[in-house]
Ligand binder design. Sequence first.
Ligand SMILES: NC(=O)c1ccc[n+]([C@@H]2O[C@H](COP(=O)([O-])OP(=O)(O)OC[C@H]3O[C@@H](n4cnc5c(N)ncnc54)[C@H](OP(=O)(O)O)[C@@H]3O)[C@@H](O)[C@H]2O)c1
Length: 363
Amino acid sequence: MNRPMKVLLTGGTGFLGEYLLADLLERGHVVWALYRSESRKLDTIRFLSSLGLPRSADSLHWFKGELLEADQKWDEWRREYEGLDEVDNLLHSAASTRHYMDENGEPLKTNVGSAKVLKGLVELHPMNVHLVSTAYVCGFVPNERVYEKHNPRGDFVNVYEESKWEAEQIWKDRATVLRPSIIVGHSETGRCTSFTGWYYLFQAVHLLDRLSREATDYDRHNLNINVPASPVGAANIIPVDYVSKAAVRIIENAKNHNKVFHLTHPDPPTHQATLDLICKKFDIGGINFAGEGAPFTQPRNRIERMVWRQMQTILFYFSNNPIFDRSNTDRALADYPVPPMTDEVIHRVIDYAIEKDWGQAGA
Ligand SMILES: NC(=O)c1ccc[n+]([C@@H]2O[C@H](COP(=O)([O-])OP(=O)(O)OC[C@H]3O[C@@H](n4cnc5c(N)ncnc54)[C@H](OP(=O)(O)O)[C@@H]3O)[C@@H](O)[C@H]2O)c1
């Protein structure tokens, strides 16, 4: 392995961040984890303990602070936390993953703000910088091939994508850009702590299952729901364990620094295949992907109206199906294959989500 890194990690208490933290420690690196909430830190410590980490008392250091003040606070922090001054790599995973703007200006405030602040920090304390971005900085480009380079400003589906694109621009060619697609649960355990995006459709089907059990006059095998998206399109889902392990392996090698990497699935399941699997699981029938531009069938009753409302908010996830080129990633990770998204993996991921009541039951 390459020389151990001393990594300043942001977002280490998040869904992906916990795995990044675990993999960095597992591979012998020293981590300085910036955090803001004691309870989230405790959850992360519990998660790490379940994996038998950290193995050495010197390998993990926590320090509490406000990310958006990191440049102003740096001198104070490095005086307060002995050894922080030695960090040589910054892995920036913290982000607001809100898709639509709130009254506090999120997600732009955190996502663009932190990119600017960390630039100021790196001027004070030079280090290699690695940004966790998203493959969807490409915007709305259905069925087009997207390459591992900086994209021009696109037709963004939501302000979150725009905020991540702007953050990339701030660091263009001066940071390694790690672009995961839609991150889902662990391929071996299903574990997930952030049930957004792709999970919503299956949550809607699960809701339909529960509601239609109560309504005896409702034909659950003939729902007649047409979703206006292509059945052969595929939401690019990728298990969190792959994203994390791939990210750590990529940044360990200096040859990869300052390049762009798609941490995406080369063979994601089609919408229809996934939906068939889920309908079978819930014993429901009559939901179809009717093709792009097809009319959304009108709800006929209260149950359908509830499910409709949920589905309409997620339609974009199923309409935007870029094909992500992975040349840089495949070159960098020739000996680290992507786990296939088998039916077994999808069942595991969905079962875990149900067990956790789609995120309402705690991780
Ligand atoms: N999940 C996906 O499907 C997906 C796909 C592609 C890319 N990504 C990218 O992957 C990265 C991790 O996403 P995730 O799903 O792990 O998100 P997450 O579970 O929501 O975690 C976000 C992390 O960022 C921290 N954070 C948010 N706002 C902050 C602020 N103002 N100051 C300090 N820390 C802040 C959170 O801290 P607290 O714990 O204190 O809240 C948490 O540790 C993000 O950069 C995201 O854009 C995610």
